[in-house]
Design a protein around this ligand. Structure first.
Ligand code: GUN
Length: 295
């Protein structure tokens, strides 16, 4: 049976470390990192995520603001609100929760956050810096939170040098996870394949992987038979499905009960990558505050 990778414990340790560094920044430079989280509309899962993000930020000593805006706000008014936050010296990080309502121009909104305050790492300047760096340094560069969390869990599981030369397959090519994670794993000396919904013989491609990452949002897509024996499996999916009892439960993109019999190590859902995403947002907010205050 696979070792279960405890993302909750890893995230708790990372948040505690960020908390200590936040206090040090406050003591040394009189700067308290500030985070603004913007949510538009009433997507229930997104509302729960943003509440967790602001609550965890406060617990780490970060001054967090949750800005809840109606779905009807429109692109122009949203841009104006983001412009105000971007000009506020107490706000070091801005996150606009995705997805946005269809009526809003997402690309324009993300461009309105200056690259220095882009704690999601979605700004083209940050994306370009990540892809062009030979050794991207998360203390100097804002890297997307979920891929950063995946990398942290992989390093913890495989050791600092354990990624070198490994065959990594990422299923999913999103800007939030698949593409930036490919850049991080390439920089960590993995041989990287990015597979997606049009990939031929997806199961065969996955079976090559020493490191298999599923980030597509399709419950149980990756079956036990797709996993190479002993592989490390990182499940980024968070899907709510109907249970037999009429209630609902969260499952990942990996058929966990099958995959844990084959893998060497595997992240659970919930309690795997999800908590790491939030912890990495705290880390990025601290990094943004440090960089903006000259450190
Ligand atoms: N929606 C799902 N994941 C994310 C994320 O990492 N950042 C933002 N802004 N929205 C998301």
């Amino acid at each position: 049976m696979a070792m279960i990778i405890d993302g909750k414990a890893a995230a708790q340790a990372l948040r505690a470390e960020v908390g200590r560094e936040v206090e040090a920044l406050l003591a040394e430079q009189d700067v308290r990192p500030g985070l603004a989280v913007v949510i538009v509309g009433d997507h229930p899962a997104s509302r729960a995520y943003v509440r967790t993000k602001t609550r965890m930020a406060e617990a780490a000593g970060i001054a967090a603001r949750l800005i809840e805006l109606p779905a009807e706000i429109g692109t122009a008014a949203l841009l104006e609100r983001i412009g105000e936050l971007d000009g506020d010296p107490d706000v070091h990080g801005i996150l606009v929760q995705l997805p946005l309502p269809d009526t809003i121009d997402e690309a324009q909104v993300l461009l309105a956050i200056s690259s220095a305050k882009d704690v999601d790492g979605f700004h083209p300047a940050n994306v370009g810096a990540l892809f062009s760096a030979t050794r991207p340094d998360p203390d100097r560069l804002l890297v997307p939170c979920t891929p950063l969390g995946c990398l942290h869990l992989l390093r913890q599981t495989l050791g600092a040098d354990g990624l070198k030369g490994q065959e990594a397959v990422i299923v999913g090519r999103s800007n939030i996870v698949g593409k930036p994670l490919a850049a991080l794993l390439l920089a960590a000396d993995c041989t990287v394949t990015v597979a997606h919904s049009r990939t031929r013989d997806l199961a065969d491609v996955c079976r090559r992987a020493d490191i298999l990452v599923a980030a597509v949002g399709r419950p149980g897509l990756v079956r036990g038979g797709w996993v190479k024996p002993g592989a490390t499996v990182i499940d980024v999916g968070i899907n709510r499905i109907e249970g037999e009892d009429g209630g609902s439960r969260l499952v990942g993109d990996v058929a966990f009960a099958e995959a844990e019999k084959v893998a060497g190590a595997i992240t659970p859902v919930p309690g795997g990558v999800g908590p790491m995403t939030v912890a990495c947002l705290m880390r990025n907010t601290l990094t943004a505050a440090r960089l903006q205050s000259g450190g």
